[in-house]
Design a protein around this ligand. Structure first.
Ligand code: F6P
Ligand code: MG
Length: 455
């Protein structure tokens, strides 16, 4: 029997805490950022922006009062292109009368971002505005040290790869290094880092930090993914189902550039979001902005010429890969529907699951980045934590997609653990967090690398 999904009223869960304590702050931050932005506007655009501001406050009020999750209106659906899957879900759940703090966590969270997006899409002069851009940019700017360190690493490595190529043993070691870079890039999560200092950010982005964190990777299937690449032919394609923009996207680009430069793969395909989402998730324009940021001496000021060269060189390589089609970006609307990834299957013909399945089946390896993707892969369900990964990902375990999930754990759901480990880590976490031992999986301090082949 498939277990229930986590709910926002499950006592003593991170999901309940997130809904009641973190969402209100997040919507309030959006209100504040909009007010800041409005200082630069006048006339009609100011008027429309103010309408959005007051509607955002109404949404905040709804949330705080634990109002019912209402369906989207026909008007909203038409103007903002809301996928019909949302209202279908709500119609089915109606008997239970879902409200913000009494709903499936995964649905309510995705619904919240869609509600925010509808407000912007309904005002023509703001339809393309990204309310989270301000916070994405300022956090990326704070990632300066990690960014330069990686650019320098990339520069040295590309020179070596050009000169000598690499034997398989060396390439495997590098593969693991770049997988770790991309994995821990996910730890820089804006929604968890609202109060982080520059020191905090530095401490999770450097090589030393990764080395220290190696023991925190509690499931590590990276060698199985390596086998796939080793067996791959000259047309190997690797896909990334992206998560956050900023430092994480940068780390993903480093991994992609390594795969391309080392000739392990011919092409990388990035799958991003079509609307501003989960605060920090990557849109196509975020990729373009990131490349601009790297070249911009005002964004990343450094007197050191080697660092400047490394940043420029990396930006140039990325632009070259994009121009040559070795790096592509796609933003299928499926990724921002409320459907979980059990729907990535030929049988899901209504909301884009079959189309995405077809696309991903053409890839040799699909890397799912981050926590939300992990929640969607496992359906965000109350699985016993020793449940085999292949069971928790449902149809994807056998419908022709080879995948690797790189996740720093930031939610209650956790599967694939060896017997006894959850108990041990819960006890450990309990010492400093009385009554909350099982929340170790929500702390962002542990990680998993979980693989499934396309049998
Ligand atoms: O901290 C919880 C959370 O906000 C979840 O709602 C979501 O799964 C996650 O963080 C977002 O993290 P990521 O960017 O890694 O998907
Ligand atoms: Mg995210």
């Amino acid at each position: 029997m498939v277990p229930e999904r986590f709910k926002t009223n499950d006592p003593n869960t991170f999901g309940q805490y997130t809904a009641t304590s973190r969402w209100p702050v997040l919507v309030q931050n959006a209100v504040d950022d909009l007010n800041e932005e409005l200082k630069n506007h006048s006339g009609e655009s100011k008027k429309q922006g103010e309408i959005i501001g007051s509607q955002l406050k109404e949404l905040l009020d709804e949330l705080k009062k634990d109002a019912r999750l209402r369906p989207f209106t026909q008007d909203e659906i038409a103007t903002a292109g809301v996928p019909t899957s949302f209202n279908e879900y709500l119609a089915e759940a109606q008997d239970e009368e879902s409200s913000w703090f009494n709903a499936e966590w995964l649905f309510a969270e995705i619904y919240m971002y869609r509600r925010i997006n509808v407000l912007f899409k309904s005002q023509p002069l703001w339809a393309k505005f990204d309310i989270f851009e301000r916070v994405k940019q300022s956090t990326f700017r704070s990632s300066f040290h990690g960014v330069v360190e990686l650019a320098l690493r990339y520069k040295t490595l590309s020179a070596q790869l050009r000169e000598k190529g690499g034997d398989n043993e060396a390439l495997q070691i590098l593969f693991k290094e770049f997988i770790d870079i991309s994995l821990w890039g996910n730890a820089t999560d804006l929604s968890l880092l609202t109060n982080a200092t520059l020191e905090d950010i530095k401490s999770i982005q450097g090589a030393q930090a990764r080395k220290n964190a190696e023991s925190k990777i509690v499931v590590d299937d990276s060698s199985k993914a390596w086998e796939v690449l080793l067996r791959g032919g000259p047309n190997t394609r690797v896909d990334f189902v992206l998560d956050n923009s900023g430092f994480e996207l940068y780390a993903d680009l480093v991994l992609a550039a390594f795969l391309i430069n080392s000739k392990l793969v011919k092409q990388c395909v990035f799958h991003g979001k079509d609307i501003p989402y989960m605060v920090s998730d990557a849109l196509h324009k975020d990729l373009l902005i990131l490349v601009d940021n790297m070249r911009d001496p005002e964004f990343f000021p450094t007197e050191d010429e080697t660092s400047r060269d490394a940043l420029n060189g990396f930006a140039q390589d990325i632009e070259k890969f994009i121009a040559g089609g070795q790096l592509q970006f796609r933003a299928n609307p499926f990724w921002t529907t409320n459907l979980d990834y059990w729907s990535i299957d030929p049988s899901e013909t209504k909301h884009g699951g079959a189309e995405v399945h077809k696309d991903l089946s053409g890839s040799d390896l699909v890397i799912f980045k981050g926590d939300l993707n992990y929640r969607k892969l496992t359906g965000d369900r109350r699985w016993p934590r020793t449940t085999p990964w292949s069971e928790a990902i449902g149809p994807l375990a056998e419908n022709g997609v080879t995948l690797l999930s790189l996740r720093t754990s930031k939610a209650d759901v956790q599967v694939g653990l060896p017997r006894g480990l959850d108990e041990k880590l819960s006890q450990e976490w309990e010492k400093d967090h009385p009554g909350k031992g099982s929340w170790w999986t929500s702390s962002g301090k542990w990680a998993v690398i979980s693989f499934s082949s396309s049998r």
